[in-house]
Design a protein around this ligand. Structure first.
Ligand code: CS2
Length: 491
């Protein structure tokens, strides 16, 4: 089967081809972290913005974060790949033509820095996952004790995302290439401000960093953004389906739900694509949207993932179909999260929740509970702990939020499903959590493990919080996930 690339594009059925000719596009965006999510989200919005505006200067030069895999998939395809949209009514396919170059961040770092310094580029976007920012989980600030951060600051070829970004900005300053917007698209609250603060903290570690920091303050903005689209890891069966539908082999195919949303803070001093013409919202303040999405969609996702993994349930769609788990997710969103959210004009939270649960139930998406359960130590903070802390302040009982935390702890510490089978949920804090809890028995493991995962002392000292997590932790062991979820859903 021939590979998808510029030479074979003409053989792809016309209904799957873009009306943009990839050869006509010029690079205007650098993207850091080209995973499936970027390919199905910002790249698609950017293509649609180019189609709607007629501008062709916003193609993407994409940089891998950790290794050459995606570069090696996309380079033989001249950057072309398909997005398959899957819903209950079937599948749609489109070949996305906007990624014009893929650079392997670790081994081609000089090229990546040159692109950030290119005057034709005026936007950098990022999807590198929560853990890549190297933030201290309790404070949300750059962890300046992290050995990789320190190595980057000492002048090694930069390997951390903040190190690379700052090196690129330094080169841009030297090149006199002018203003730039750096748009964080990871699931972190206030993500633009968080990244800006990390960039300045990194500059403070550099000899002569003051001048660079002053240049950044004047030329670079960090708009926050809320991104939303469910994009599971692609399976081999899905790649085979693309092959059957389009007649070409695509090693970089991505599969997504039909839904897509992007809310971007209006903070640009340099040109940008007309993303609003592709349906993005460009607004003065993204925070209410981010908070709503993180505490509702992502929190329910994490709950279903941890509970699902423990109950031996493979996908999110299967987990949300279990009545006890669905009831728990609904209670979390409707009763525990809603009172903690600011009122957002035009957002009907009740409807939002039902739409989210319906999206989760999409049986055509093979989104595994294992995938969503990964990296919990970096996710529970923005998704669940804030809801629990705010709930206690409002004197409501964050029953399901604390159950989700207990379920996550069991995934990491006990690493056994309800039926006794072993689990392997990946979490960068797993070793330190297990070490901290090694001498504890039963629910005694909760406090040391949470402390090792970076949960703030103030929350740990709140007896109602730890009491709830400990009691769910014990009950999950004694009664299993379904019975415990039923009880939590009842409040
Ligand atoms: C998920 C998200 O893997 C996860 O942690 O909760 O990737 C989720 O699918 C997206 O945020 C949806 O927009």
């Amino acid at each position: 089967m021939p590979r998808l690339n510029l030479a074979t594009l003409g053989s792809v059925p016309p209904w799957a081809r873009s009306t943009l000719d990839p050869r006509d596009l010029a690079v205007g965006i650098v993207h850091l972290g080209i995973g499936g999510f970027h390919r199905a989200h910002q790249a698609v919005f950017t293509e649609d913005a180019m189609l709607a505006s007629g501008q062709t200067r916003w193609a993407i030069s994409a940089v891998t974060q950790r290794g050459p895999r995606v570069r090696d998939e996309l380079a033989p395809q001249d950057g072309l790949y398909t997005v398959t949209t899957r819903s209950r009514s079937g599948a749609g396919y489109r070949v996305v033509p906007v990624v014009r170059e893929v650079i392997d961040g670790p081994s081609q770092v000089e090229t990546a820095l040159d692109r950030i310094a290119d005057p034709a580029v005026s936007v950098v976007t990022l999807t590198v996952t929560e853990k890549a920012y190297r933030l201290d989980p309790a404070q949300g600030r750059l962890d300046t004790t992290d050995p990789d951060v320190r190595a980057d600051a000492a002048g090694a070829p930069p390997q951390t995302v903040v190190g690379r970004l700052v090196a690129g900005l330094r080169r841009r300053q030297a090149a006199g290439a002018g203003a730039l917007a750096v748009v964080c698209c990871d699931n972190l609250p206030d993500n633009g401000r968080l990244l800006r603060r990390a960039v300045f903290a990194f500059c403070a570690l550099l000899p002569g960093g003051d001048g660079l920091a002053a240049w950044i303050a004047e030329h670079v903005t960090f708009p926050s953004s809320m991104v939303d689209r469910i994009v599971p890891a692609t399976t081999e069966a899905e790649r085979a389906e693309v092959e059957a539908a389009l007649g070409v082999r695509d090693e970089a195919a991505v599969v997504a739900e039909p839904f897509g949303q992007w809310v971007i803070e209006d903070d640009f001093r340099s040109p940008r694509p007309a993303w609003e013409r592709a349906g993005a919202l460009v607004v003065p303040d993204v925070r209410p949207y981010e908070l709503t999405k993180l505490r509702t969609l992502n929190a329910c996702h994490s709950l279903l993932a941890y509970a699902g993994v423990l109950a031996g349930i493979g996908t999110i769609a299967e987990a949300v179909a279990v009545p006890e788990l669905q009831a728990a997710a609904r209670r979390l969103a409707q009763c525990e999260v809603r009172p903690t959210l600011p009122v957002t004009e035009g957002l009907d939270h009740h409807r939002y929740v039902e739409t989210v649960l319906d999206r989760f139930a999409n049986p055509a998406l093979q989104h595994t509970t294992q995938q969503v359960a990964a990296d919990g130590s970096l996710k529970v903070g923005p998704r669940l702990l804030g809801t629990a802390a705010d709930g206690l302040e409002l004197s409501t009982t964050p029953a399901v939020a604390t159950l989700a935390i207990a379920a996550w702890l069991r995934c990491v510490l006990v690493a056994k499903a309800d039926d006794g089978s072993p689990l392997a949920v990946s979490d960068p804090a797993a070793d330190s959590m297990r070490t901290a809890a090694r001498n504890a028995t039963g629910a005694g493991a909760v406090r040391p493990a949470l402390a090792a995962a970076g949960v703030s002392g103030a929350l740990l000292d709140e007896g109602r919080f730890t009491g709830l997590v400990e009691s769910w932790y014990t009950q999950l062991a004694a009664a299993g996930v379904r019975a415990t979820a039923r009880e939590a859903a009842a409040g």
